[in-house]
Design a binder for this molecule. Structure first.
Ligand code: ZN
Length: 104
């Protein structure tokens, strides 16, 4: 029994509605497997475009979008965050080529 359920119910309906659209992840652009279990990193989550902590509404259909759980986690509190469609952000620092001239 929780008193918070007045929002929980509406939230659930919204979640279902967005899920029914079958859209790809709004953050990385890749398709979402809507059949994955809820705790799976690539499972579906309802993401707020403007985070609740920044004044967005979690119950406004115009403020929610489908996202992978993992993308949503990466996004955190940012607005308009997107992942590279290719996958994880790569931060390779090119090794300075220690090219030495051994001409002797
Ligand atoms: Zn994603």
């Amino acid at each position: 029994m929780s008193r918070n359920d007045r929002n929980g119910h509406r939230r659930r309906i919204l979640r279902q509605r967005v899920k029914a659209l079958g859209l790809p992840c709004a953050i990385c652009g890749r398709p979402i497997d809507y059949s994955l279990p809820p705790l799976h990193p690539w499972s579906y989550e309802l993401d707020e475009i403007v985070p609740v902590s920044l004044g967005g509404s979690e119950l406004d259909p115009n403020n929610v979008q489908p996202a992978h759980r993992i993308c949503n986690e990466r996004k955190g509190n940012r607005i308009g965050f997107t992942c590279e469609a290719g996958g994880r952000p790569q931060r390779k620092t090119p090794k300075p080529n220690a090219s030495q001239d051994w001409t002797a």
